[in-house]
Design a binder for this molecule. Structure first.
Ligand SMILES: Cc1ncc(COP(=O)(O)O)c(C=O)c1O
Length: 446
């Protein structure tokens, strides 16, 4: 139903089938806790934390109040040649939560910018150390690192790349995807143990092809989020770290989804006990309320870049990169309030606990339903995978999503995967509602 006061003729919606949307608009006009209110006055349960952002739930007063206070104190301040108190405070908190010597934070505004910032820093760092020939990046099939040219190039979701072929970075290769649909279609909270060493191709094929001395960085999501929540085989990230160390290659974790509690831990790096050289974040850091992203770097990156400039005059800039809104004071105030709230309410622990309930509920409800070919859960997220219709990949997933929305639950279609990733404040009854609604939709879809 259209809203009489909303003109929908001018917004071009991102990653959305606009023609269908016009016929069946979904407009959210208010939110509280776990729920949205739609333009036609219905309540919809937010089963995906609004794209993995709203860990603490909607309309949280401590975050809103901090933003209002910040607006009245320092609304905005230039990010270049000066900074602001909230940016330093947020960086200190974020670095304090990151494992190992991930101590230096470069702020930006989104996950896409974070990915491109990390890739650019990898090139600049290697060049500063006299290894400018290290300019090959390795991503992974079906990865999502946003929509910038860098992130798109190391990303591996075919539809996101198809149209932009000639504009992709030239020196990029991809690891194999981390899914075994025969032996590990179903897992619930545990790391799948693969007999095959899926990383052997990196050492036996990809590195020799480019020569390890030319590789700048490997970038992976600890858990593949946008593809539909695929967990790496047991030991994968540790082994990847070892291979990178052996060859002087930087390891970047894209933690835009896994960062700040989704796995019941501060980061995927914490959960898997592997410290990357750079870790990108966005989304849940500010509860999605004000855009904020960033890259946390290990000391050796910062120190290396500073050391390379030792002989340069004091006005020389060490890294020619940044955004007008890097470390925006209002976004950083939102992040500080978010992270304090998460700590006070122990929400990361809660995410881990509710994740077990979600995983169990998903496996109970979906196993054996028509079209279901896999169920994967880990942390407070899970996906149920449906067999695609021949020649119409994604159609079933999209129709299930629509059915759920009309019945009051927002789920995320990722091709023919349906993903649930609710806010950490979710209650057991709400998990049951999500899972029941999704199961009903799967039964109805043809
Ligand atoms: C792992 C990962 N990296 C990067 C991005 C891009 O973030 P943004 O949409 O904020 O640019 C996303 C978005 O979902 C993501 O999941």
């Amino acid at each position: 139903m259209r809203h009489p006061d909303i003109n929908m003729n001018h917004q071009w919606l991102p990653f959305t089938p606009n023609r269908s949307f016009q016929l069946d608009p979904r407009v959210l006009v208010a939110a509280e806790g776990m729920h949205f209110t739609t333009h036609d006055g219905r309540q919809v349960l937010d089963g995906i934390s609004s794209l993995w952002c709203v860990g603490a739930g909607h309309n949280r007063k401590p975050i809103n109040e901090a933003i209002k206070r910040q607006l009245d104190t320092l609304d905005y301040a230039t990010a270049f040649q000066a900074s602001n108190d909230k940016a330093f405070q947020a960086a200190e908190m974020i670095a304090g939560m990151a494992p190992g010597d991930l101590n230096r934070v470069l702020f930006c505004n989104s996950g896409s910018e974070a990915a491109d910032t990390a890739l650019k820093l990898a090139l600049a760092y290697h060049r500063a150390r006299g290894e400018g020939h290290r300019n090959v990046f390795i991503g992974r099939e079906r990865a999502y690192h946003g929509v910038g040219f860098g992130g798109m190039s190391v990303g591996g979701i075919p539809a996101n790349r198809k149209v932009f072929g000639t504009a992709l970075l030239p020196r990029v290769d991809h690891l194999r995807f981390i899914h075994d649909p025969v032996n590990h279609a179903y897992y619930n909270g545990e790391e799948p143990v693969w007999e095959e060493d899926i990383l052997s191709e990196l050492e036996s094929r990809i590195l020799p092809l480019h020569d390890p001395s030319n590789i700048a960085a490997v970038i992976v999501e600890p858990v593949a989020g946008s593809a539909g929540w695929y967990v790496p085989p047991k030991g994968y990230l540790k082994r990847l770290r070892e291979i990178c160390d052996k060859h002087g290659i930087l390891l970047i974790f894209d933690e835009v989804i896994t960062g700040f509690g989704r796995l019941g831990a501060n980061f995927g790096a914490t959960y898997y006990d592997v410290v990357p050289d750079m870790l990108t974040f966005a989304k849940a850091v500010s509860n999605g309320v004000i855009p904020l992203g960033g890259v946390i770097c290990r000391d050796h990156l910062y120190d290396g870049m500073m050391a390379a400039n030792e002989k340069n005059p004091p006005h020389a800039i060490e890294f020619f990169h940044g955004y007008t809104y890097s470390g925006h004071p209002v976004a950083c105030a939102a992040a500080i309030a978010t992270l304090e709230l998460m700590r006070e309410e122990d929400l990361f622990t809660r995410a881990g606990q509710m994740g077990k309930i979600l995983g169990d509920a998903m496996h109970r409800a979906f196993k054996g339903l028509p079209h279901v070919v896999g169920i994967r859960s880990m942390g407070l997220a899970g996906a149920v995978e449906l067999a695609g219709l021949p020649g119409l990949a994604g159609k079933r997933g999209y129709e299930v999503f629509l059915d759920c929305f009309h019945r009051g639950v927002l789920v995320r279609p990722a091709g023919d995967n349906l993903v649930l990733a609710p806010p950490y404040i979710v209650e057991k009854a709400q998990i049951e509602q999500m899972v029941d609604t999704l199961a009903g939709a799967i039964k109805r879809v043809v």
